[in-house]
Design a protein around this ligand. Structure first.
Ligand code: NAP
Ligand code: MG
Length: 402
């Protein structure tokens, strides 16, 4: 069989622990035998990030800016115990944080739906993609505990001098206080990434905030979205027959629960944090969520939503058998290969990506899966270890490619 050629390299970002093991297996078993794979490889595994003082993360992100498409393995975000475990020079920042900041991107998370695993909400037939604005709000707030009688004011200074707005006067029992911010630039980039992704995937876009209560803060999010929609995207949406609509978050929650899915739901930072866990849980499992970071100027970075599955890795190191689910990581590869194919007009590559997805899902539907899915599968499930599961996918893929 001749391998499928590639024109432009994919930017490949390797990672840590169990997902690093799975990464290699996916490449060797499911991609390299079929595709003349071209990648520009960056090792974001924690030891090499430490060795390069995290420069490798910056270099990899610049490569994504250059080529347009990257695929990333899960990585460790160091905390105090990781600093000890890996004897790190510093507690390096989260690679995903660096990628997001440098690409000015928005993360879109979508569940992978497979027959035999019914969402807790039965009418959710199609995926619901959550777009979370990952900048500002309470994640960068300033907070205070007020211990007694006090007066709080909001103060800001601009070219016209100082503006002071009263917040609250506390009694002797005190209370709590927080200040937070967002920026027109960040909200605009978020809006453009959402509109682009809706056009890209031909899905409706919903956006919701609490604008009725927050008449300046949340209302500005709503206004910026509306303005950008009308000036830059309305014609394109109408041409594609897709819809943008804004609704109050309370109303959105009710509509989302009653919907059949198949749309993008854009949310502010905190709302997106909470709702993405809710949506992942309803659809069944974190190991079945994909994630793509999209920049407003059209660069894409694909990955699994889960982490490096540390508990399984420690078992693997002891020589125990592990049944870690590789599906979200496989879909990171197929998402990236498909997008690369689209950008390069390489239909064969995009078609291969679709077939690999189909082979993966049909393996589960035939009753062969990893332990996490076997526990929630309706029907007879045979639990395979990761290697066996990937081998089963490969044999289905070979049949599809005949
Ligand atoms: P995690 O790696 O997502 O794993 C949490 C638990 O979820 C696992 O122990 C496992 O449960 C289950 N799970 C997740 N993915 C699975 C899969 N593919 N197959 C089967 N089960 C799966 O989260 P974590 O343990 O909180 O974090 C581990 C490391 O990952 C941390 O160092 C963190 O910094 C990093 N992380 C990276 C990213 C990223 O790169 N995007 C995201 C999140 C976390 P059982 O043990 O019960 O089987
Ligand atoms: Mg969360």
């Amino acid at each position: 069989m001749t391998k499928i050629p590639m024109n432009t390299p994919l930017v490949e970002l390797d990672g840590d622990e169990m997902t690093r093991i799975i990464w290699k297996e996916i490449k060797e078993q499911l991609i390299l035998p079929f595709v003349d794979l071209k990648t520009e490889y960056y090792d974001l595994g924690l030891p090499y990030r430490d060795e390069t003082n995290d420069q490798v993360t910056v270099d990899a992100t610049n490569a994504i800016k250059k080529y347009g498409v990257g695929v990333k393995c899960a990585t460790i975000t160091p905390n105090a115990s990781r600093v000890k475990e890996y004897n790190l020079k510093e507690m390096w920042k989260s690679p995903n944080g660096t990628l997001r900041a440098m690409l000015d991107g928005t993360v879109f998370r979508a569940p992978i739906i497979v027959k035999g695993i019914t969402p807790y909400i039965r009418n959710w037939e199609k995926p619901i993609t959550i777009a979370r604005h990952a900048f500002g709000d309470i994640y960068k707030d300033t907070e205070a505990k007020i211990e007694g009688k006090a007066t709080a004011e909001l103060v800001y200074t601009d070219e016209n001098g100082e503006t002071r707005l009263p917040i609250y006067s506390y009694n002797e029992n005190g209370g709590i206080l927080l200040g937070m911010y967002n920026t027109r630039d960040s909200i605009s980039s978020f809006a453009r990434s959402c509109f682009n992704f809706a056009v890209d995937t031909k899905q409706d876009l919903w956006f919701s905030t609490k604008d009725t209560i927050s008449k300046k803060y949340d209302h500005t999010f709503k206004d910026i979205f509306q303005e950008i929609y009308e000036n830059e995207y309305k014609a394109k949406f109408e041409e594609l027959g897709i819809e943008y609509f804004y609704t109050l978050i309370d109303d959105a929650v009710a509509r989302v629960v009653r919907s059949n899915g198949g749309f993008i739901w854009a949310l502010k930072n905190y709302d997106g944090d909470v709702m993405s866990d809710m949506v992942a849980t309803v659809f069944g499992s974190l190991s079945m969520m994909t994630s793509v970071l999209v920049s407003p100027d059209g660069n894409y970075e694909y990955e699994a939503a889960h982490g490096t599955v540390t508990r399984h890795y420690y078992r693997y190191l002891k020589g125990e058998e592990t049944s870690t689910n590789p599906i979200a990581t496989i879909f990171a590869w197929t998402g990236a290969l498909n997008k690369r194919g689209e950008m390069d007009g390489n239909e064969e590559l995009s078609a291969f990506a679709k077939k690999l997805e189909k082979a993966t899902l049909s393996t589960v539907e035939s009753g062969k899966m990893t332990g996490d899915l076997a526990a929630i599968f309706e029907g007879d499930a045979e639990t395979l270890n990761t290697k066996e599961f990937i081998a089963a996918i490969r044999s289905n893929l070979e049949n599809l490619l005949k």
